[in-house]
Design a protein around this ligand. Structure first.
Ligand code: PXP
Length: 241
């Protein structure tokens, strides 16, 4: 069994743009940040084009899509975002829930009642050669529903694990992630995880069997303020492998 190695790191550069948007200026440039992250060992660049454009802008996305290497786009299931994704042509898309008032993504997609729109979105993205991931909470029902919708990959939401307040709760959340991961593997789904991961809590998640990638943003950008983006990415890569 693989023990915590070969896990790819997707570096989410949205919060570089959050800083730029604080002044509506041109610096710091998320495209330049993507290049630094890549040179430091990021396996994928991750970005979330939100409907309210609070950080990444359409123009950033188009530039990011032209860079060498894989771009992973997070987006809500809306006709606008689907059209943009098809135009940008990232290597992969992760469909996430999005609500206007949230500070950040609050949890996985609710797939309990199925979704005609989501099934169509998945089919259109796949037809364009884009790998499709669905962001879900670590529950068997969500894994099965993601498979039924035609996803290639699931990304397990690690928010509950990251916010668990004591050892017993952390262990219970880790087990939920592992169980969902086993089921995903049995169903031939690629397994990603992310949200809220940092330098203190990432290692246990990186050892989940069958995990192929972690998508991490805020903690890396926050650490980069003190050590620089390159060192922040190198440190995270070191921890997960
Ligand atoms: N995965 C998904 C699906 C997300 O929406 C986000 C936030 O954009 C992340 C991972 C990264 O989360 P964080 O910034 O907390 O590392």
């Amino acid at each position: 069994m693989r023990i915590g190695n070969n896990v790819k790191l997707g570096v989410n550069i949205d919060h570089i743009a959050t800083l730029r948007q604080a002044r509506r200026d041109i610096d710091p440039d998320p495209v330049a940040a993507a290049q630094v992250a890549r040179s430091a060992g990021a396996d994928m660049i991750v970005t979330h084009l939100r409907r309210d454009r609070r950080h990444i802008q359409d123009d950033d996305l188009m530039k990011l899509a032209k860079l060498k290497g894989d771009l992973h786009l997070e987006m809500a299931d809306t006709p606008e975002m689907l059209a943009i994704a098809l135009r940008a042509g990232p290597a992969s898309v992760c469909v996430v829930p999005e609500s206007a008032k949230e500070v950040t993504t609050e949890g996985g997609l609710d797939l309990r009642n199925g979704s005609k729109s989501l099934a169509k979105t998945v089919a259109k993205l796949k037809k364009a050669g884009i790998e499709v991931s669905l962001f879900i909470d670590p529950e068997a029902g969500g894994v099965r529903a993601a498979k039924a919708l035609g996803a290639d990959t699931i990304e397990l939401c690690t928010t509950a694990y990251c916010s668990a307040g004591n050892k017993a709760k952390i262990q219970a959340e880790l087990e939920r992630l592992e169980l969902a991961g086993y089921l995903a593997h049995e169903m031939n789904l690629n397994l990603h995880a992310g949200h809220g991961l940092d330098y203190h809590n990432v290692q246990a998640v990186s050892r989940i069997p069958h995990l192929s990638a972690l998508n991490i943003g805020f903690s890396i950008v926050a650490r980069s303020v003190f050590v620089g983006l390159k060192a922040a990415v190198v440190e995270m890569k070191h921890l997960i492998n």
